[in-house]
Design a protein around this ligand. Structure first.
Ligand code: HEC
Length: 128
């Protein structure tokens, strides 16, 4: 009987020990921290989404979703270009200092974008 009792006590102790060792410490963020984090995530998400959406809507039909196509079989493949090179080309279309035979096509599209949108697009494309 004694042995059985001490076995039960022993099992109980082992059980408790295990429970303790698997316990993880949960650090609860304060409400304020939670809110700030959520706002930051929303900001980042909406920025990425907007630029991505803009690219899909305005550019990908010709340049491809990954910017890896020759637009209308005419342009260079812009995937792999760095942001500054893309920016120079886009601004060049606006001020007529850049482009080939089909530059009018690009000019009409880029002139309706804000300079912020153009910069974001250049950065977005450079990361595709
Ligand atoms: C209707 C098809 C079409 C759409 C839509 C379009 N492009 Fe183009 N893109 C072209 C063509 C064609 C060229 C080559 C124009 C030329 O002769 O200079 C070009 C050239 C470019 C170049 C320079 C590459 C080169 O060949 O020198 C960049 C950068 C570029 N486009 C970015 C964009 C971005 C960003 C958008 C969206 C805002 C966009 N394009 C939308 C057709 C398109």
């Amino acid at each position: 009987m004694r042995i059985i009792l001490s076995m039960i006590v022993l099992l109980f102790l082992i059980g408790c020990g295990e429970e303790k060792s698997t316990q993880t410490q949960v650090i609860q963020p304060t409400k304020k921290e939670e809110q700030t984090a959520t706002i930051q995530i929303q900001k980042v998400a909406s920025k990425v989404l907007t630029t991505q959406e803009l690219f899909v809507k305005e550019c990908s039909s010709c340049h491809g979703k990954n910017a890896d196509k020759k637009a209308l079989g005419k342009s260079q493949i812009i995937k792999g270009w760095d942001a500054q090179k893309i920016l120079n080309a886009l601004n060049g279309y606006i001020n007529d200092s850049y482009g080939g035979d089909s530059k009018a096509l690009m000019k009409s599209r880029v002139t309706k974008l804000s300079s912020e949108e153009i910069t974001s697009l250049a950065e977005y494309i450079s990361k595709l």
